[in-house]
Write a protein that binds this ligand. Sequence first.
Ligand SMILES: Cc1cc2nc3c(=O)[nH]c(=O)nc-3n(C[C@H](O)[C@H](O)[C@H](O)COP(=O)(O)OP(=O)(O)OC[C@H]3O[C@@H](n4cnc5c(N)ncnc54)[C@H](O)[C@@H]3O)c2cc1C
Length: 477
Amino acid sequence: MTIELDPTQDPTTSPRAAEALRGLIGGHVHLPGDPGYDAARLPWNVAIDQRPAAVALPRSAAEVATVVRVAAEAGLRVAPQSTGHNAGPLAARGLDDVVLVRTSEMTSAIADPVRGIVRVEGGTTWEPAVAAAAAHGKAVLHGSSPDVGIAGYSLGGGIGWYARKLGLATNSLTAVEVVIGDGSLVRADATTNPELFWAIRGGGGSFGVVTALEFRMYDIETVYAGMLMWDLAHLEPVLREWAAWAPTAPDEITTAFRAMRLPEMPDLPEFLRGRQLVVIDGAVLGSDDRGAELLAGLRALRPELDTFARVPAKSLVRLHMDPEGGAPFASDSAMLASFPDAAVDAFIAEAGPDSTTSLLMAELRQLGGALGRPHEGGGVLSRLDAQFVTFGGGIAATPEIGARVHAEAVRLTEALAPFDNGRQYLNFAENPVDTRSAYGADVWTQLTGIRSAVDPHGMFVANHPVPRLYEGGRPTA
Ligand SMILES: Cc1cc2nc3c(=O)[nH]c(=O)nc-3n(C[C@H](O)[C@H](O)[C@H](O)COP(=O)(O)OP(=O)(O)OC[C@H]3O[C@@H](n4cnc5c(N)ncnc54)[C@H](O)[C@@H]3O)c2cc1C
């Protein structure tokens, strides 16, 4: 690779540069003005208007490598994206000189019961991987949504329903295959390219385009799981009980807490349509009796709906009822070191029944347990040093509504700022943030050094970028 990228490059030259990609990989490249460009650039978060110099839809690792090589020769950079759930911070950084490499055509998921892993391609979403594992009576560490991309989720951490028992999903990766800056395809695991394997497990999409991932399956066939639901009028007692219980709860239970304002949408089930609710959902890796014991305090608050029961593990991929297929969304999030009574008061003021907020949800995910402990042999992000992560979000039907929802989500995180741990959980950060704030200062130099080694010319553009480290020690994108 001979082309050194010039960060001061005039973006108006990019349309001409992108012509170099026309007709590449069987024509699966779309340039501005092409009939397929608008559909190809549309991310899952449809509120985000990402306009790259070109969009490539490779069907194999070899095609990814071709796109990376030709983009480099044309003086363009490359942004990997599988679904666009976290397209906001990527688009905000500007894509004028960037080829968006969408891995959404690379979606296989194959379980290997002998090795105890599932192998997926770089654009696979969780649902097919959950199904592949379930066919062998196993489970994988998916999150709350069936159509989140495994690559982005796992490279950013990954908090799912078994997280307090089994940790971040990124710790369960056993190998990744990546097209790096020189266009070569490399494998990284505990013994091959271990530095890259360390950096990419939590370091995100700055190191190359991930074309395949392998991760552990667990012996989980059924789970005691479900949701408890109250009218929002009951927020205060329920939140006080949950917030006091959650940090001390044993590892086998993982829950999420939401104050929700649901619209009058016809595709919502009738019992949810137009309601303002408190919802606690979660899963217990234990017997039904153990589950009942752990939920006794919350059940004493007499939820109007209680669906906790023994269910097939594969059903958990829809437990949270996340929107599927794309939605316009605006949000903000923060990690919380603690959630004392004053935090409960602040949360109620922002999201309680007397608030005028339009946030669809004000959410708290229960951390702790294995999520809080270092994982032996883990990557740069093997634990989260917080008791909770909060996420406020809502539908951004128009840019104006999106701006209002974002401002309200920021108000929620600002109200909880006294309890903030000063760090970011990058998977939930849907706006540009300082990437460094996700890691300890001690690992940052190492992380930027590994970026420099695998991507010396700064080919890759990530939503939450890890910069290169120049020899003089000056970080650069
Ligand atoms: C509805 C919803 C539910 C969610 N639930 C959870 C949850 O339960 N737990 C949790 O931890 N998070 C959750 N998230 C956050 C989610 O993990 C992040 O948005 C994550 O970045 C999504 O990954 P993606 O690949 O789908 O998104 P994308 O926007 O496609 O990717 C995000 C970034 O990941 C990197 N990336 C993606 N694909 C590749 C690739 N093939 N090669 C290299 N880099 C790549 C890139 O840097 C990219 O910019 C949720 C988000 C939403 C919107």
